[in-house]
Design a protein. Structure first.
Length: 318
């Protein structure tokens, strides 16, 4: 992926709020739901989402700025090499074998103390090699990756492919009901262990790209649906989107803004094959745009003998 700052079009010293603002603007114009059948737009949307996932995390952003991880959130090989040497140095400081110290203190097991001092090279090297063999059998390092998925992919489950640091690819199964920030652990898909040791794990941190219409609350999905004045007043049948596709919804007569309709079982699955939450559709009655002069005249005549006042609830009365 390109430099995430270039992808979002922000300066490297841009504050978090500017990064968030730039992402929202791009995500709104590039979302696949608004650009069906345009693979290049979908690719740009995923690139923008991945860039925001990295730069919106203060820790990841700092690591990227220091050159510790690449634009995909993967550790850079040269940094991992330096870390390995640093760990090796810390291991020596904590009691690893050191020939220099041994000779300075009079030898291994009495070496230098005259005949019968007890020097046994075979035992010394057996101890050293035994320690090294123990370290060699240690488990390989875990490897972390960041993966951005669409709202529906997280809700319903999907299969995605991740490109590893060395260019290899890894197929990842996104389970149904996956949430923002959830980490998937893939056993044995990390770095191989030294000299035949068991491999580490791959840790896939999931970021869910925001949807222009849906909002998730646990296993339920919420959607605001604008309706015309006549649809709200007289009732109607309208189509609304769900994560499974569009469905018809019947509006009752006299529906006000704020009227909420429930679509049972149209929410997020509780895991693979489990029950599902619901989708709630909240209606928003919309006046004509541009205004309709005939409607204005009708309402003026109709309102002459009306004394309606909807502001009668608690807090509205004097």
């Amino acid at each position: 992926m390109r430099d995430p700052y270039d992808v979002l079009g922000v300066r490297r010293d841009a504050p978090a709020e500017d990064i968030k603002r730039a992402y929202r603007k791009l995500a709104k114009s590039l979302h696949p739901d608004l650009n069906p059948g345009k693979p290049e737009i979908e690719r740009r949307f995923k690139e923008v989402s991945a860039a925001y996932d990295l730069l919106s995390d203060a820790q990841k952003r700092a690591k990227f700025d220091r050159g510790e991880i690449d634009a995909q959130g993967n550790p850079r090989p040269e940094h991992a090499y330096r870390e390995a040497w640093a760990r090796r140095g810390r291991g020596r400081a904590q009691g690893g074998p050191d020939f220099g110290d041994a000779f300075a203190q009079g030898g291994f097991g009495g070496f230098g103390g005259g005949p019968g001092g007890g020097f046994d090279p075979g035992a010394i090297f057996e101890e050293i090699l035994g320690r090294r063999r123990g370290r060699a059998r240690a488990q390989g390092e875990d490897v972390s990756y960041a993966l951005t998925v669409d709202f529906a992919e997280a809700a319903l489950g999907a299969k995605r492919r991740v490109t590893l640091a060395g260019g290899q690819t890894l197929d990842v199964t996104i389970p149904p009901g996956t949430e923002q920030g959830q980490t998937l652990r893939l056993k044995g898909k990390g770095e191989p262990g030294p000299n035949g040791g068991s491999s580490g794990d791959a840790l896939i941190q999931i970021a869910v790209a925001p949807h222009p219409l849906f909002r998730r609350d646990g296993f339920d999905i919420h959607l605001d649906a604008p309706v015309t004045l006549q649809e709200a007043l007289l009732g109607a049948s309208i189509e609304v989107p769900t994560i499974d596709g569009r469905v018809a919804v019947k509006l009752p007569k006299g529906a006000n803004t704020g009227t909420r309709l429930r679509l049972k079982g149209r929410g997020v699955p509780h895991g693979r094959g489990g029950a599902r939450g619901d989708q709630y559709v909240t209606l928003k009655a919309m006046l004509p745009d541009p205004p309709d002069a005939a409607l204005d005249r009708f309402v003026e005549d109709w309102a002459k003998n009306r004394r309606d006042n909807p502001r009668q609830g608690p807090g509205w009365k004097k």
